[in-house]
Design a binder for this molecule. Structure first.
Ligand code: PMT
Length: 396
């Protein structure tokens, strides 16, 4: 951390009192620390404490009313190697997600070219609120990294998720951000994961049993090897956070296609492990469909093939890897997809309920390259499978 320039944003929540410890840790590790506080945060920690520990003046207003000096948010943003906003309140989170810029901390965030990391802290029900969740997803899509709140006793007396991560763990996260080993071989990798949900009416959808585990393990393996990852995920219960990860959550195949179209150009490798619904209802009922007739017919239309789109819109350096899960004629169907979708590799999963394929912790795969050469692997955990896939596709 020696000489790293860390800009600390403090917003007004009770967890702000812990920031004194964070500054001490960062300073001990040799980092330079400057701080911006929202006006509300000074109710929870004194600017004098922040300024004394950081050994720098604290910025709170666009201009200092005593000296007339202007706090240049653009200069602050350019100075920082990383901007860490801790704690991030629901209010600051919402403003960051929606573009409201009514204090110095927010103006600096909107001026940042480098990485912003947030450590949210709020009460249990606030943290679970759909609006807060939606705002966090927006920020993830904007490239912000989130250190999730932890579980435990909250200031309100409630117990649950909402506590800001402990200062030593925030410091470790920042250290990871600087230590991620980038090599000349580091790549930007796009991964699709999970199922897609195609709405029938406001309460029903067409989906499948994909848990997203395979795709998230692929992302984890890519990140551990020093790559940047854009993970475009259908609805899953999984979470992943890493300084070099951009996680984009979508529901439908059409939304997944839009996200892939937005990011594919900047990537060198695409691994398409999502189980995308091939069809969607042509019309989505605006109200819950009532049980009346003995039969009900849904008219389905074909979804766009995302993998084929990526394969058709690539340059010579970009590689595409598809996945296949078949219940019969597995090799034949997988090879057909390899040729028809013009892929560099296809990963064929063996389908054995609860053992390999959807939801299972393990997978048994065979990888075919574009010349149809096969490499067969034994049954392994999805974590190990992800490493195997990477070792093959990054080597060739
Ligand atoms: O999520 P888990 O529970 O861990 O399970 C992992 C998995 C079994 C879902 C995964 O490993 C897997 O095999 N995914 C692909 C499933 C499949 O058979 O897909 P497909 O045959 O419909 O499609 C073949 C390829 O085209 C896939 O790479 C798919 O992402 C892609 N595709 C398909 C349809 C479509 N409209 N767009 C696509 O991009």
């Amino acid at each position: 951390m020696q000489g790293k320039r860390i800009l600390l944003g403090i917003s007004g929540g009770i967890a702000a009192y812990k920031i004194a410890y964070l500054i001490r840790i960062l300073k001990k590790q040799g980092a330079e620390v400057r701080a911006i506080m929202t006006p509300a945060s000074s109710d929870f920690i004194s600017p004098l404490v922040v300024s004394t520990l950081s050994e720098n003046p604290v910025h709170m207003e666009f201009w200092n009313k005593k000296t007339g000096e202007w706090a240049n948010h653009v200069e602050l943003a350019l100075w920082a190697d990383v901007f860490i906003i801790a704690p991030t309140t629901a209010n600051t989170l919402a403003k960051m997600a929606s573009g409201i810029c009514d204090n110095l901390l927010l103006a600096t965030y909107f001026s940042m070219k480098g990485k912003t990391i947030i450590a949210p802290a709020m009460d249990l029900d606030m943290y679970q609120h759909p609006t807060v969740k939606r705002n966090m997803e927006t920020l993830l899509s904007d490239g912000v990294s989130i250190i999730p709140a932890t579980e435990g006793a909250l200031a309100s007396g409630l117990e649950g998720q909402g506590r800001m991560e402990e200062p030593e763990n925030i410091a470790a996260y920042i250290q990871d951000f600087f230590q991620v080993k980038k090599t000349a071989d580091s790549k930007r990798i796009l991964i699709t994961a999970g199922p897609t949900y195609e709405a029938i009416d406001p309460v029903r959808f067409i989906g499948n049993h994909s848990s997203g585990k395979m795709g998230y393990e692929l992302a984890t393996a890519c990140l551990a090897a020093g790559n940047d990852v854009i993970l475009i995920s259908g609805p899953t219960a999984l979470e992943l956070t890493h300084p070099n990860l951009q996680l984009i959550k979508v529901q439908t195949a059409q939304q997944m296609l839009v996200a892939v179209q937005e990011h594919w150009k900047s990537c060198e490798l695409g691994i398409f492990s999502a189980a995308v619904a091939d069809y969607r209802p042509e019309n989505v009922a605006t109200q819950k469909i009532k049980k009346q007739a003995e039969e009900h017919t849904l008219h389905l239309v074909k979804n766009p093939d995302i993998l084929t789109w990526a394969s058709q819109h690539r340059n010579e350096q970009q590689k595409v890897v598809g996945f296949a899960l078949e219940t019969n004629n597995a090799k034949e169907y997988a090879l057909d997809k390899l040729t028809r979708k013009n892929l560099d590799f296809i990963v064929l999963n063996e389908f054995v309920k609860d053992v390999s394929g959807f939801q299972a912790e393990t997978n048994k795969i065979t990888i075919f390259d574009k010349d149809k050469n096969a490499i067969e692997f034994p049954l392994k955990s999805k974590k190990e499978v992800a490493k195997d896939v990477l070792s093959v596709v990054l080597k060739n």
